[in-house]
Ligand binder design. Sequence first.
Ligand SMILES: CC(=O)SCCNC(=O)CCNC(=O)[C@H](O)C(C)(C)COP(=O)(O)OP(=O)(O)OC[C@H]1O[C@@H](n2cnc3c(N)ncnc32)[C@H](O)[C@@H]1OP(=O)(O)O
Ligand SMILES: CC(C)C(=O)C(=O)O
Length: 516
Amino acid sequence: MEKDTIVFFDTTLRDGEQSPGASMNLKEKLLVANQLAALGVNVIEAGFPISSQGDFEAVKIISQQVKTSSIAGLCRASEKDVTTCWNAVKYAKKPRIHIFLATSDLHIEKKLQKTRTQILDMAVKVIKYGKSLCKDVEFSAEDAGRSNMDFLCKVVEAVIDAGATTINIPDTVGYTTPIEFGKKIAEIRRRVPNINKATISVHCHNDLGLAVANSLSAIENGARQIECTINGIGERAGNASLEEIAMTLKVRPNYYNVKHSIKTNELYNTSKLVSRLTGILVQVNKAIVGANAFAHESGIHQDGVLKARETYEIMSPADVGVPESLLVLGKHSGRHAFFKRIKDLGYKLDEKTLEHLFEKFKILADKKKTVFDDDIIALIEEDTSSGKEAFILNYLSATSGTGTIPTATVKISKSGANKKVKTVTLQGAACGSGPVDATYKAIDKIINMDIKLTDFSLRSISSGEDALGEVVLKAEYKGMVYSGKGTSTDIIEASAKAYMQAINKAKLFYDNKKGK
Ligand SMILES: CC(=O)SCCNC(=O)CCNC(=O)[C@H](O)C(C)(C)COP(=O)(O)OP(=O)(O)OC[C@H]1O[C@@H](n2cnc3c(N)ncnc32)[C@H](O)[C@@H]1OP(=O)(O)O
Ligand SMILES: CC(C)C(=O)C(=O)O
């Protein structure tokens, strides 16, 4: 039997944008819309056209430019809203008008200050009007989760007769629970005689953290459109997260037995883009796209993953577009992961040295949250080298000021690779955009290594006129990143010390690897 298709209706650009502080400008909305199309989203709700001129323009431009997905605009049960929405979405290859009207007594009486009869009339009238403009009309029974089932079924039947082709059952305030919500969907299918003329959709909010569970329960009970957002952003606690639903359907195909068009390997990219443009960070333990979703710190898990990834990963990082799983080294890590990292760093060490290093690693890990590659390199080098630095900075003079070209002169002694080659002291000078830049350029001239500064930060670590400045930096050499730290009351000197430390680490590591 042919599998049913789940329509993915993404509302990141409408409900997602209702998250406080998430507003995006036209250019940003267009970027997200194009990425949603690349992700394979079937319907993109691009905005609420009557809400502002900016939103109207965004929906219009997205309709003009994004041609592979249907483009929907939201409107209230008002002719003016619907006309405005149509004027924005009519440029789409597949336009959709999405009209909502609350059906719960609470909303009807308190918010809309109307009666059930008036709501029924308004819904039918506005759907007929929408249908006169556009063949694809969706009706949302706002607060369906708390609506009286008899009245809800009555409204649903009436709006299908009036021309609605998608019926959305929102759990607007995230109040329902999965079994209960699934039963509501099943009841609507059972009780509404013309329900087969429309697609049942759900739109679940996450106030109790149940938005995804409720959406999946709805699928089990016959819903065939899911409204969701990237990273689960949206009003209050957000909406059901697209990536979690798409991956559940992918990871458990036999359980759900449905198909969909989401290209899951675009999920990570999309999540990053939405997070960057809205400024809403993704929590590290967020399912699918959080920074820790494919990271393992504990030794038993790391050992399992190294032997067979499936022991602790139910999906492959590549399936969601994450480059690779991470084995993070920390106090819970064990020998398998630690020894593998040493091997990956290019070291070949005997068993006794490895055991000794592992003991030192555990002591360090007790003091530090995460042990990075350069911490491990430092442990190895402390253990295996004479501790002698390849380059020593003997002299530094840097000048700068208004109307002066920043210049630096350095003297560095370069130790011989073995006893036969003598230590030499070399001098170099350079100009730069500032005194630190000039100093680094002068050092570069002498050391003759293609080292690139990738990160630099300066802070004061004590107070008063003679406060100590601390420079922490990262530099890249032959594909590896090395950190350096320098402290001095003179920030140019602190910068030079930090740079020299990174250079010496790089030199030592590279020479050891070459077996020098
Ligand atoms: C569950 C949801 O997420 S629904 C979507 C929520 N999203 C938004 O509200 C974002 C965009 N909204 C806006 O920009 C503004 O609210 C606008 C432009 C739509 C309306 O602004 P205003 O005219 O100033 O009205 P305001 O927002 O203060 O109040 C809403 C009005 O719409 C009415 N209303 C609410 N829902 C509906 C509906 N589905 N159909 C008809 N009228 C409705 C309210 O009863 C109220 O009417 P009243 O002015 O007669 O009391
Ligand atoms: C407009 C509807 C779909 C909505 O956002 C809700 O009910 O939460």
